[in-house]
Design a binder for this molecule. Structure first.
Ligand code: SD4
Length: 290
């Protein structure tokens, strides 16, 4: 028995994003439209300091955004280090649909967005500017577990036709080097969708996710028979396998399979995800390795 529709997304802000995605799904809309609508809520919220508008800047004071989207036909679109655009996920979708490419970065991505009619905006809020000025006093790059760096939104949906799509969007690690791109816009790292099997998304220290192609690995684990939770756990174990110290490294994954089963797993305690199904929209504390 397939459970559908279902939406799963990362962290507390997933609740509000799920609501918006659910509105699309409840009317029989596509998973692709749902995932885009969902994460746009998070991108526009200045209180979410890790995604879109109001996100913390890089060490030079620039808010640079990473996002990708993937549909049920395994077509992806992505933007990296995009500045001045409120909804990078929608630009990523345009890259998928209206360009011959999968990924655009930096000024080229901005030019494309402006050509497509997106409006140029200042995304650096007063609060994020203040935080940056405070950070500059010591200028140390020390990501802390579950704090300020790890709240990328990844959102996966299974629609009433049984199709899967996913979206992932972030301002990346606060105080990153200018030009740094994380896992979130990389198809296979921050997000992967295979409509035959399932979908996955990652959050946390992007450098750790990239080196194992994390979301792709989660989906491949499901292909070999793992449950969504087990697939996430195995991927987390691959990440920690070569690490001397796990201090200050958080990585979490969420996953959904074709049956509408969902799960998540993280390295450290503190990761949670939101699941919306026919009965409820609830936050679940992820199981974790340590
Ligand atoms: C990154 N995975 O850029 C993202 C970080 C994250 O909120 O999850 N941020 O590495």
């Amino acid at each position: 028995q397939v459970k559908k529709p279902v939406v799963i997304s990362t962290w507390n802000h997933g609740i509000a994003a799920n609501e918006a995605a659910w509105e699309v799904l409840a009317e029989g809309g596509s998973a692709l439209d749902a995932v885009e609508a969902g994460v746009r809520v998070t991108e526009a919220d200045p209180e979410v300091r890790t995604v879109g508008y109001g996100g913390r800047p890089d060490r030079d004071g620039y808010v640079t955004l990473d996002a990708c989207i993937m549909d049920e036909q395994q077509q992806g679109g992505s933007v990296g280090a995009l500045q001045h655009i409120m909804h990078p996920i929608s630009v990523a979708r345009k890259v998928k649909e209206d360009s011959p490419h999968v990924m655009l970065v930096g000024d080229g991505a901005l030019d494309f967005a402006l050509d497509q009619g997106f409006e140029k905006k200042n995304l650096l809020t007063d609060q994020s500017k203040k935080d940056w000025e405070q950070w500059k006093k010591d200028a140390e790059y020390k990501p802390e577990v579950n704090i300020e760096n790890h709240d990328t939104i990844g959102l996966l949906a299974l629609d009433s036709n049984g199709n899967l799509s996913g979206a992932c969007t972030t301002s990346g690690m606060a105080w990153k080097m200018h030009g740094r791109i994380g896992d979130s816009p990389l198809i296979g790292s921050g997000l992967f969708v295979d409509n035959e099997v399932g979908a996955a998304s990652g959050t946390g220290v992007g450098e750790e996710i990239i080196r194992v192609c994390g979301s792709h690995l989660v989906v491949e684990n499901m292909r070999r028979g793992d449950s969504p939770e087990q697939a996430c756990k195995n991927t987390v174990e691959r990440i920690v396998a070569n690490k001397d110290s796990l201090e200050n490294i958080q990585v979490g994954f969420i996953a959904i399979n074709k049956q509408g089963q969902v799960g998540g797993y993280s390295i450290q305690q503190g990761f949670n995800y939101a699941v919306h199904d026919e009965t409820d929209n609830q936050l679940i504390d992820s199981k974790h390795l340590i």
